[in-house]
Design a protein around this ligand. Structure first.
Ligand code: NDP
Ligand code: GDR
Length: 349
């Protein structure tokens, strides 16, 4: 039986990947962090008491900042595949905690690679690289050969991880691959990333649980796909004879304001934009109420203006297919958050 170790299993991608690997018959091990509150909400539906029969999901305490915990997990589990998804993954927050972001998102990766090398395991390794590596626009669409120009402490840390993964592949012949994934979202997306922030707030505004949504740069463009489709690509990379690096993207890009327009329209609140700069507002034309305002605290010291990926190599070599369209993603996320808001409203009494 194949054994996978997933760092970041409690995150958005970790939860979808764990589902996929369990379906494929894997024994799945996840590294989780000690937290003062529950942090396993996204994988509770997969978890069973390890004392029961035929359990294939196991959770272990560990941390990417703690090499001893990584080495212990490698020795005890001897995984056939490792998916390194663990990270301080918020770009804006990385400007507030740059050193910590470097520890986890950069050095965490070499801790795992070095652990694999030292334990002489024949483990295949997946690194969660990011379209943030492209940063400032050099060319579009961005593909595997496009030069990197990182624009945040997060992206700089991810650049180190990209290259150290490549370096261990070239230096030691490891099966180590980078997935350069463009933004991918879902109803399980963290609530402070812009898509989920919008779907959650719009649903709450619709039900009168909130008055207004505060956003930053409305003009940034992103290539947004569905996380459930993207974890399939991660798995496919590790099934190849040869390790390599692949862009995973939809090949379409939309502005943040367009995402907001589609969400509010779906909820029966068609938006019109008025004003300029930090004074710009989004008005619900059905009621005339202001439902979106700008708060400059969400601006970034350096912004990534445009991401648009070319996934041709992944389609050709991995046989990877995008299954969910942008419209379907918007609908899925909006409807899930409307249900969530309805539950909140009922709970309020
Ligand atoms: P999330 O923020 O949802 O999940 C991050 C995961 O990392 C969580 O399980 C978190 O644990 C864990 N983690 C954070 N710090 C540590 C640490 N010090 N030690 C161990 N685990 C840690 O991210 P996503 O699921 O969206 O993304 C998965 C990966 O892919 C990340 O590396 C991200 O940077 C990268 N990526 C994401 C893209 C996207 O659009 N989603 C695009 C490209 C790359 P906890 O739950 O306890 O906080
Ligand atoms: P990103 O995602 O930075 O691309 O990183 P995020 O959703 O945070 O931002 C996307 C764009 O929206 C603009 N924006 C806002 N963003 C947030 N979070 N909150 C706001 O209020 C807001 N208003 C406007 C941002 O300025 C930005 O341009 C995500 C993460 O998942 C990374 O881990 C991953 O590597 C990349 O995607 C690919």
């Amino acid at each position: 039986m194949k054994k996978a170790l997933i760092t970041g299993i409690t995150g958005q991608d970790g939860s979808y990947l764990a589902e996929l690997l369990l379906e494929k018959g894997y024994e799945v091990h996840g590294m989780i962090r000690r937290s003062s509150s529950f942090n396993t909400g996204r994988i509770n539906h997969l978890y069973r008491d390890p004392h029961e029969k035929d359990v294939r999901l196991f959770l272990h305490y560990g941390d990417l900042n703690d090499a001893s915990s990584i080495n212990r997990l490698l020795r005890d589990i001897k995984p056939t595949e490792i998916y390194n998804l663990g990270a301080q993954s918020h770009v804006r927050v990385s400007f507030d905690v740059p050193e910590y972001t470097g520890e986890v998102d950069a050095l965490g990766t070499v801790r795992i690679l070095e652990g694999i090398r030292e334990t002489e395991l024949n483990t295949r390794f997946y690194q969660a690289s990011s379209s943030e590596l492209y940063g400032k626009v050099v060319e579009t669409p961005q593909k595997e050969t496009t030069p990197f120009y990182p624009r945040s402490p997060y992206a700089c840390a991810k650049a180190y991880s990209f290259y150290i993964t490549m370096n261990y592949r070239e230096s030691y012949g490891m099966h180590a691959s980078n997935g350069i994934l463009f933004n991918h979202e879902s109803p399980r997306r963290g609530e402070t990333f812009v898509t989920r922030k919008i779907t959650r707030a719009a649903a709450r505004i619709k039900l009168g649980l909130q008055d207004c949504l505060y956003l930053g740069n409305l003009d940034a463009k992103r290539d947004w796909g569905f996380a459930g489709d993207y974890v399939e690509a991660m798995w496919r990379m590790l099934q190849q004879d040869k390790a390599d690096d692949y862009v995973i993207a939809t090949g379409e890009t939309y502005m943040v304001r367009t995402f907001a327009e589609k969400v509010f329209a779906r909820l029966g609140m068609p938006l019109a934009w008025e004003g300029k700069g930090t004074g710009e507002v989004g008005v619900d034309t059905a009621t005339g109420k202001i439902v979106i305002r700008i708060d400059p605290k969400y601006f970034r010291p350096a912004e990534v203006d445009l991401l648009l990926g070319d996934p041709s190599k992944a389609k050709r070599e991995l046989g990877w297919e995008l299954k969910t369209s942008f419209e379907q993603l918007v609908t899925m996320m909006t409807d899930a958050d409307l249900k969530q808001a309805e539950r909140e409203k009922r709970a309020e009494g």
